[in-house]
Design a protein around this ligand. Structure first.
Ligand code: NAP
Length: 244
C-alpha cells in the first residue's frame, strides 16, 4: 500500500515542490493550503491527471479544529498518515519596536502553533502504527537570529526546540522528528526583498546562489525515506554554506 504524506503550505514554493516530488514517487499526497485555493487546486488537478493520488485540503494550520479535520480526512481517504511535513509559514520583516501584539501572535500561531497543531493531530495514528516521520521546516534564522525578523526567528527557534523535545518523546513509539533549516530559497517568500539586497545576500553565500524549492523537497524526501530511519532530533542546515 502506498504511504501517505501530509504537506502543509503546499500551494506554492517549497511545499508545492515537495508535493510534486512525493506524488511522482508514488505517495498519496494531502496538499494543504490556506489562502491560495486556485494554485492548490490547479496543482492537484495537474498531478491527478498524471495518475497520482493527491487531494487538496484547505485548513489554516493555526486553527486546531481545521487541522484535526484535515488529518481525519487524510486517514479516511488514504487509510493512514505516514509522513507529516510541517512547511506552512509566513515571514514578516519589521523593526522589533514596530512589531505589534497582533503581528507577534499571528507569527507564533502560524509558524509555531501550526506545527504543534499538526503534530498533535497526526501523532496518535503514527504511534498506533509504531511508525512515522515528521519533518519540520524551520529556518537558518531560527539558529542564528535575524535582525528585523525577531518574531520570525523566535518562532523558527521554537520549531527547533519542539523538534528536539518531541523526537526524544516519540522515539520509543517508532516515530522520528527532524527539522530542516533552509537558508535563502528562491520562492515567493522572498519576493519583497529588493534585487540589490538579494544580490548582496547571495554574495555572502559560499556556494554563490540561492537554494531551490526542489532542493529542499529532495532533503524532505530523504528524511522521509527508510534511509533516514536512524536520524531523529536533528536540525539539517541547507544554506549553501552561509551558516557553518
Ligand atoms: P511561500 O512560497 O510563501 O509559501 C508559503 C506556504 O505556506 C504557502 O503555500 C501558504 O499557503 C502556506 N501558509 C501560510 N500560512 C498558512 C496557514 N495559516 N495555514 C496553511 N498554510 C499556510 O514560502 P516558502 O518559501 O515556500 O516557505 C515554506 C517554508 O519554508 C516556510 O515555513 C518558511 O518559513 C520556510 N523557509 C523559507 C525560506 C525561503 O527563503 N524561502 C527560508 C527558510 C525557511 P496559502 O498561500 O495557500 O495560504
Amino acid at each position: 500500500m502506498s504511504k501517505t504524506v501530509i504537506i502543509t503550505g503546499a500551494s506554492k514554493g517549497i511545499g508545492a515542490a515537495t508535493a510534486i516530488l512525493f506524488a511522482q514517487k508514488g505517495y498519496n499526497v494531502v496538499l494543504n493550503y490556506n489562502n491560495s485555493a486556485a494554485a492548490a487546486l490547479l496543482l492537484q488537478k495537474s498531478l491527478c491527471e498524471q495518475g497520482h493520488n493527491v487531494i487538496a485540503y484547505k485548513a489554516n494550520v493555526a486553527n486546531k479544529l481545521e487541522v484535526d479535520l484535515m488529518i481525519k480526512e487524510a486517514i479516511y481517504r488514504f487509510g493512514s498518515v505516514d509522513i507529516l511535513i510541517n512547511n506552512a509559514g509566513i515571514s514578516r520583516s519589521s523593526l522589533f519596536t514596530d512589531i505589534s501584539e497582533f503581528d507577534w501572535d499571528e507569527m507564533m500561531n502560524v509558524n509555531l502553533k501550526g506545527v504543534f497543531n499538526c503534530c498533535q493531530a497526526a501523532l496518535p495514528e503514527m504511534i498506533k502504527n509504531k511508525s512515522g516521520k515528521i519533518i519540520n521546516i524551520s529556518s537558518m534564522w531560527g539558529v542564528t537570529g535575524a535582525s528585523c525578523e525577531v518574531h520570525y526567528s523566535a518562532a523558527k527557534a521554537g520549531v527547533i526546540g519542539l523538534t528536539k523535545a518531541l523526537a526524544k518523546e516519540v522515539a520509543p513509539s517508532g516515530v522520528t522528528v527532524n527539522a530542516i533549516a533552509p537558508g535563502i530559497i528562491d520562492t515567493s517568500m522572498n519576493a519583497e526583498i529588493s534585487v540589490e539586497d538579494l544580490a548582496d545576500f547571495v554574495n555572502d553565500v559560499p556556494l554563490g546562489r540561492m537554494g531551490t524549492a526542489d532542493e529542499v523537497a529532495q532533503l524532505c524526501f530523504f528524511l522521509a525515506s527508510d534511509s533516514a530511519d536512524y536520524i531523529t532530533g536533528q536540525v539539517i542546515g541547507q544554506n549553501g554554506g552561509y551558516v557553518i
